[in-house]
Design a protein around this ligand. Structure first.
Ligand code: KIV
Ligand code: ZN
Length: 519
């Protein structure tokens, strides 16, 4: 690797998936890993193998299938985590173990280790990982709030014990660009052996500076950026992959570094991650937001027509957006639909295409013109997990005189059940009907409706977030009927919550594993 090449380490499937509500199914994880590999990401952090059987299975299968990227698993600083991680990644063409421990005063207090005890643990666990795998990454969690002298000491210990990458996490999104650059630069100068390994940066976005901090770290000497698609991640998220990659591409004049990412694949993976995680992309999000390349004001449109560079620093095609494309209609055939979906990044098997085609015809009957966004919304509805609950029939009566009522039939685990319910408005009555048929204690945390396109016949995309006993799941759906979309999104979230129930939260099944137990 030349000094100018920056490695892209994607952690959508680990840090991103850890974000409350962003649970992905096994198949979804495999699909995202494949897209990341195809787009040229260097390292994929595929999960946290000891967290659950599901995580272990996903990491192992991604490790076995991935053609190019290095596959990494996360492990805490104990032998049991590290062994489990190795079991999961060892069949990869290029495996990596990523082990970490919190080194700041607040984080040291959690395992109740003093500085010397922690230093010893770092030495032992990195040595153990390195005995299993040639490629070991070590992270001092909360590095940006760790005492400088101690940070230098533990980084040196990890390098001596065999770490090949040292990641410097800004775990709580506390640092700022100048400080981020300076920290890496000073570590490179101060720590013996630092020149022989790669320094990585891992920034959270609590103050909205994750992208700036990651790029500054590169200016300071980091050569690996940890990031996620759409900036998904704990709390305010992580550095967004699309932002750092495009910033390096567009501003090569002041940041002369390059990545191996094929930027034309960005839009497609962004849409897929938004769909499977249930986290919609904000309209004005840099690079991948719906409005990122839209020029609506008269003055902008005039300038754009004369020369697109007037207001555009990147071409839409650079990120995989085709120019203005003609909508499909009810006379469009299967071939036209297949071609359009391919252009949008969806290559479907024949049976999937048949299913989408039926639904496309149904939509085209109700809506004159079917736009790209309509098709994407349609595809998203195919993305249900192994559905325990299915919507069979819904009829709502609403008007100025209440109460509003809903007649609902659901298929629950293969058996059809019907109920009549009332509520304060059509959505409330329909949701009450779902609750009457499928008893649960999930609390509605978020209910959001967006119009996919313009016009009163536009499809509505609905997102529903539910919480039950600390577990969170988000469901999405779209329909020209807002109430139908709402019920489908609600059911989708319930289906995901059921999957989530079966998945142990990180930490639960590793309770009681202490450093002492595993040494
Ligand atoms: O934010 C963080 O510190 C992490 C570590 C596990 C690297 O995600
Ligand atoms: Zn993180």
């Amino acid at each position: 690797m030349t000094k100018d090449r920056v490695l892209i380490f994607d952690t959508t499937l680990r840090d991103g998936e850890q974000s409350p509500g962003a649970t992905m199914t096994h198949e979804e994880k495999l699909e995202i890993a494949e897209l990341l590999d195809e787009m040229g990401v260097d390292i994929i952090e595929a999960g946290f193998p000891i967290a659950s059987e599901g995580d272990f299975r996903a990491v192992s299968e991604i490790a076995e299938r991935t053609k190019n990227a290095t596959i990494c698993g996360l492990a805490r600083a104990n032998y049991k985590d590290i062994d489990r991680c190795w079991e999961a990644v060892k069949h990869a063409k290029s495996p990596r173990i990523h082990t970490f421990i919190g080194t700041s005063p607040l984080h040291r207090a959690i395992p109740n280790l003093d500085m010397d005890q922690m230093a010893e643990r770092i030495h032992d666990t990195v040595t153990h990982a390195r005995n299993l795998c040639d490629n070991v990454q070590w992270s001092p969690m909360d590095a940006t709030r760790t005492e400088w002298d101690y940070l230098c000491r533990v980084v040196e210990i990890a390098i001596k014990a065999g770490a090949t990458t040292i990641n410097i996490p800004d775990t709580v999104g506390y640092t700022a660009p100048a400080e981020s650059a300076d920290l890496i630069k000073r570590l490179l100068e101060a720590v013996p052996g630092a020149d022989d390994i790669i320094f990585a940066t891992h920034c959270h976005n609590d103050l909205g500076m994750a992208t700036a901090n990651a790029l500054a770290a590169v200016l300071g000497g980091a050569r690996q950026i940890e990031c996620t698609i759409n900036g998904l991640g704990e709390r305010a998220g992580n550095t967004a992959l699309e932002e750092v990659v495009m910033a390096l591409k567009v501003r090569g004049d002041i940041m002369p570094y390059y990545t191996g990412v094929d930027t034309t694949k960005i839009m497609n993976i962004s849409r897929r991650v938004a769909t499977v995680s249930g986290f919609p992309v904000q309209f004005n999000k840099a690079i991948v937001g719906k409005n990122a390349f839209a020029h609506e004001s008269g003055i902008h449109q005039d300038g754009m027509l004369k020369n697109s560079e007037t207001f555009e620093i990147m071409r839409p095609s650079d990120v995989g957006l085709s120019g203005t494309s003609l909508p499909l209609g009810k006379h469009s055939g299967r071939a036209a639909l297949r071609a359009k979906l391919k252009e949008l990044g969806y290559e479907l098997a024949d049976n999937q295409l048949n299913d989408i085609f039926v639904r496309f015809k149904d939509l085209a009957d109700r809506k004159k013109e079917v736009y790209d966004d309509d098709l994407i919304a349609l595809i998203r509805q195919n993305d249900t997990v192994e559905d325990l609950l299915k919507l069979k029939h819904l009829r709502v009566v609403c008007g100025t005189e209440g109460p509003q009522t809903a007649d609902l039939t659901l298929e629950i685990d293969g058996e059809e059940k019907t109920v009549h319910a009332t509520g304060d408005g059509p959505v409330d009555s329909a949701f009450n009907a779902v609750k009457a048929l499928f008893k649960h204690s999930a609390r509605l945390q978020l209910y959001q409706v967006h119009a996919v396109t313009e016009g009163t016949d536009a499809q509505a995309t609905v997102s529903v977030r539910l919480e039950e006993d600390g577990r969170i799941a988000t469901g999405q759906s779209a329909d020209t009927d807002t109430v139908v979309a709402s019920v489908k999104a609600y059911i989708n979230a319930l289906n995901r919550l059921i999957v989530r129930r079966e998945k142990t939260a990180p930490g639960e099944d590793v309770k009681g594993v202490s450093y002492k137990d595993v040494n």
